[in-house]
Design a protein around this ligand. Structure first.
Ligand code: SF4
Length: 340
């Protein structure tokens, strides 16, 4: 089944340049102090995704993946949420916390995966299979979530899909690589995948995996399910050319949990490079190798300490979601959070 997608969705987004920040350690410390002062003044909580710059992660109240950050946002008593992540994450926080100000310090923080599908394309796809259940990845706009039955993240996609009756066809969007992992793990043949992808994770390739496994024969292989190599790696784990018992498809939180629980000494990490900061801090005694050291998300790196300070000082830019879209999108998010 082919999804209804306009050709060339790569043209829908512009990658921002990655600003190089040359602050000294002392300057970083002072800026972080200023961020914390402003958070206290504004009664703000600062949430940072694992792909953020290290100095932004280090000043955050919580550093986590999309699922955990939305759970924290849903429960916070703060008046203001500073979202150091990308636009769809700030939208999710705004949907869950309509009475709070949600700041996104740089509005250029978009997402190539979220740009892959529009609500109009989803409506056309739904019209083709009207009895299907729509499961959208959290990396979608609020307007796409509003057209969906369930939301999911890479941490809970399998749980969400498993909760849907086996005879129901599922339209899974927008990530085709995550869809293939979920289809294999749930053994469902009625999952129809939208052909979107993340331009960063797509660059994590099978040949890089082969190289790292050759160089480190005893390593645990941790791959984010958005990676371009997942189909090849699943097939190799079945035919024995990759060690099935040491090949794992995990969200970033799942990677942290896996390393904490594992007795292995070495780990190959296939995801955006920002995760290496938390992993190195939390596991200084483990050997950690990125599968692709050039997997950098320019959208995530738009957010700097200077922009966080400016955002808290000016209380802008704020992300808001129109009420009707928020109400519909919240159904899909709430269903996910109940299952999670
Ligand atoms: S790494 Fe990919 S999926 Fe994640 S925010 Fe960047 S573009 Fe989107």
């Amino acid at each position: 089944m082919t999804a209804v997608v306009q050709e060339g969705f790569e043209q829908r987004y512009t990658l921002p340049p990655i600003e190089s920040v040359a602050d000294t350690a002392e300057q970083i410390r002072r800026k972080q102090e200023r961020v914390r002062e402003l958070c206290t003044e504004r009664r703000a909580i600062l949430l940072a995704h694992h792909y953020q710059r290290p100095e932004v992660q280090d000043v955050a109240d919580s550093v986590a993946d999309s699922l955990k950050l939305s759970q924290i946002a849903a429960k916070t008593n703060a008046d203001v949420i500073v979202f150091c992540g990308v636009h769809f994450m700030a939208e999710t926080a705004a949907i869950l916390c309509p009475d709070k100000a949600v700041l996104l310090p740089d509005l250029r923080a978009g997402c190539s995966l979220a740009a892959a599908v529009t609500p109009e394309e989803l409506q056309k796809w739904k019209a083709k299979i009207p009895d299907a259940v729509v499961v959208c990845y959290i990396n979608t706009s609020a307007a796409v979530k509003a057209e969906s039955d369930y939301c999911c993240t890479s941490a809970n996609a399998m749980k969400v899909v498993s909760a849907i009756p086996a005879d129901k066809p599922i339209l899974f969007l927008p990530d085709k690589f995550l869809a293939s992992v979920v289809a294999q793990q749930t053994r469902r043949s009625n999952i129809f995948a939208y052909p979107g992808y993340c331009h960063v994770h797509k660059t994590i390739r099978p040949e890089q995996v082969v190289q790292i496994m050759d160089d480190h024969p005893d390593i645990d292989l941790l791959l984010h399910p958005e990676c371009g190599c997942v189909s090849s790696c699943m097939a190799k784990a079945v035919d024995g050319s990759l060690p099935a018992e040491r090949t794992f498809f995990l969200s970033t939180e799942g990677m942290l949990r896996h390393i904490a629980a594992s007795s292995a000494a070495e780990f190959a990490v296939g995801t955006e490079i920002g995760i290496m900061h938390q992993l190195s801090k939390k596991f200084p005694d483990k050997m950690l190798y990125p599968v692709n050291a050039n997997a950098v998300c320019a959208f995530m790196k738009t957010i700097t300490l200077d922009k966080v300070i400016q955002s808290l000082e000016t209380m802008s830019p704020q992300v808001r979601v129109p009420e009707e879209i928020a109400r519909k999108a919240k159904r899909a998010i709430d269903r996910m959070l109940e299952l999670a």
